[in-house]
Design a protein around this ligand. Structure first.
Ligand code: AP5
Ligand code: MG
Length: 193
């Protein structure tokens, strides 16, 4: 198995690049944000509880997303690898993920960290909010709360993986294709290593 974390702040292009990466590498895409939005669409109790938190731009509790990832891993035994997008977002989630993967005798191969400046993040998300229908994109103050939450709780996840030498920084500004080429080059060098 070859497992990758695509890491970065809200609006850094995780979802956009994930689509292209899974097509090229045949990995299973696991986005906790997407799973939560499908729970909201289904009006499940989990979705209803998560919605009010997501609408404030805050993180849902660790145990909720860890259980979602646990189920997704269990439900995809045939996967040749996973691409994690928007997870893990706290050190506790990272530790839990390592444990779940080690039970399956696999691990995170690399953490690709997209670097994008704050002004560019805000402008991308304000722009997406005009059409996305995502309630957390429509209010600039919620967008800023999401970025603040990232800086407070999520940025340290890179430090966690850095102690194992797994983090690769990739510039996340420029054209989507240029960024995809940079990500692919990093993956290719690690896959053959
Ligand atoms: P989540 O769905 O993960 O959202 P996010 O992290 O806020 O990030 P986005 O999906 O907004 O951005 P992205 O990096 O995927 O960028 P994208 O490719 O879309 O989380 C939502 C909420 O769910 C959280 O706030 C939290 O409440 C909850 N949650 C989820 N996971 C959780 C977890 N693990 N723990 C706790 N809570 C959790 O691109 C953004 C825009 O930019 C698009 O319009 C795109 O077209 C455009 N764009 C992309 N690349 C470029 C480029 N190179 N140049 C110009 N524009 C570009
Ligand atoms: Mg996304």
């Amino acid at each position: 198995m070859f497992n990758i974390i695509l890491f970065g702040p809200p609006g850094s292009g995780k979802g956009t690049q994930s689509e292209k990466l899974i097509a090229r590498y045949g990995l299973k895409h696991l986005s906790t944000g997407d799973i939560l939005r499908s729970e909201i669409a289904a009006k499940s109790p989990l979705g209803m509880a998560a919605k009010s938190i997501m609408d404030k731009g805050q993180l849902v509790p660790d145990e909720v997303v860890i259980e979602m990832i646990n189920s997704a891993l269990e439900n995809n035994p045939q996967a040749k690898g996973f691409l994690f997008d928007g997870f893990p977002r706290t050190t506790a989630q990272a530790e839990a993920l390592d444990k779940l993967l080690s039970q399956k005798e696999t691990e995170i191969a690399m953490v690709l960290a997209l670097k994008v400046g704050r002004d560019e993040l805000v402008s991308r998300l304000v722009n997406r909010g005009k059409t996305s229908g995502r309630s957390d994109d429509t209010d600039e103050s919620v967008i800023k709360s999401r970025i603040d939450e990232y800086e407070r709780k999520t940025a340290v996840v890179a430090d966690y993986y850095n102690q194992f030498g797994k983090v690769v920084l990739v510039p996340g500004e420029g054209t989507i294709d240029t960024i995809f080429d940079s990500l692919s080059t990093e993956i290719d060098s690690k896959m053959v290593a």
